[in-house]
Design a protein around this ligand. Structure first.
Ligand code: SAH
Length: 352
């Protein structure tokens, strides 16, 4: 596989351009072109000779949209093809305040959560920072007409969630590099405050992230109120206890001043009785956090079942009565395989 130009920061691109004997301002043209989702080939302000030199070493288009699926509610789901033929998926959700894109950080995942489709075939490989970024750049280009702002700085995607396939903190260095590049003034300029990173709770990396000083929204997939319960659906619970996760969250708040989030997927017979809701209140009461309840997207390879809307609202009611800040996430794009890894899994199966 060739190298990926979108991995580079603006400063690195300036260095590259100079090393190839071009004037420094070419870096600006190159960076702007790539930020607009163009291929190297498609950047008209650069000379053919320079582009040919670049193309000897770098991928012309590291991420392509190979399929798009449309849901009734406007949600779009993409299957992205990487240069080596691997597939990852992404979702675009349209809200009044802007577009939120869900991106993948790994091909597959090795965390093994029992309810999740991304983990069915294990981890294939990490994505590079530029492959994560390119998912956003191509979608921005696709929705150019919906962009906010004007001219070259216009962007359609205003918010990002790292909740596609993969465990972001298991690909720490590339993810942090991506975060720096996507928030950079010269680049896509997405505010870190509009970015949510979701982790299954890799505690040492949560501390490291707090120390990076990137003011993003940290989200932890909790899905249980005790370690014994948690380990049934999340093998990572063997390595890190809920208590340690909560300490790392407190450190995150102390360092960044930002409240943190928990995701709690409601799984029938597993974690959503009244006693679980009460235990969740006891665990999180008084902490600067918010709980997002998610209805399980049933994955056909898995036996776990979702609960009724009524039961989900009842669970929410107990949390609210207990004084927690909590919401039940609107279910979007279910008919297009909204859940993590579902689309890729069914697509690969079909092709076989
Ligand atoms: N690895 C990260 C991010 C990817 S998953 C993490 O664990 O947080 C994003 C969120 O979707 C997580 O909270 C995950 O637990 C949840 N999720 C995965 N599969 C799901 C499913 N089938 N139904 C509902 N939520 C699911």
């Amino acid at each position: 596989m060739k190298k990926i130009l979108q991995d580079l920061s603006y400063a690195e691109m300036e260095g590259l351009v100079l090393s190839l004997g071009e004037k420094k301002f070419r870096a600006k043209q190159l960076y702007e072109g790539l930020t607009q989702g163009k291929t190297i080939d498609g950047i008209t302000s650069l000379s053919k000779a320079f582009k040919e030199k670049l193309l000897e070493v770098y991928e012309n288009q590291p991420v392509k949209i190979s399929e798009t699926f449309y849901a009734q509610d406007g949600t779009e789901k993409y299957l992205f093809e990487l240069a080596d033929g691997n597939l990852v998926e992404g979702v675009l959700m349209k809200y009044k305040y802007g577009y939120t894109q869900c991106v993948s950080t790994q091909v597959g995942c090795r965390m093994g959560c029992k309810f999740c489709a991304s983990t069915l075939g294990g981890l294939v490989r990490n994505l590079t920072a530029g492959e994560i970024l390119s998912q956003i750049l191509v979608v921005n280009a696709l929705h150019k007409k919906d962009a906010e702002g004007d001219g070259k700085t216009a962007r359609a995607v205003t918010n990002i969630v790292l909740m596609g396939s993969g465990e972001p903190l298991d690909n720490y260095d590339e993810v942090v590099k991506f975060l720096k590049n996507v928030t950079a003034e010269e680049g896509a300029r997405i505010s870190a405050r509009n970015i949510s990173l979701s982790t299954c709770g890799i505690v040492p990396k949560m501390y490291r992230l707090a120390d990076e000083g990137i003011p993003l929204n940290l989200t932890v997939s909790l899905h249980a109120t005790s370690d014994e319960d948690r380990v049934r659906t999340m093998p990572v619970a063997k390595a890190y206890k809920i208590e340690e996760i909560l300490k790392a969250c407190a450190y995150y708040f102390q360092k960044t001043g930002r409240r943190y989030y928990f995701e709690y997927t409601l799984i029938d017979g597993e974690n959503c009785d009244e006693e679980h809701a009460k235990a969740l209140v006891a665990l999180l009461k008084g902490k600067p956090c918010h709980v997002n309840l998610i209805r399980l997207n049933e994955v056909k390879e898995r036996e776990l079942k979702s609960i009724s809307d009524k039961a989900a609202y009842r669970f929410l009611g107990v949390l609210e009565k207990g004084g927690l800040s909590a919401t039940l996430r609107r279910q979007i794009g279910v008919e297009i395989g909204g859940a993590c890894g579902q689309l890729r899994a069914s697509y690969i199966e079909e092709k076989r």
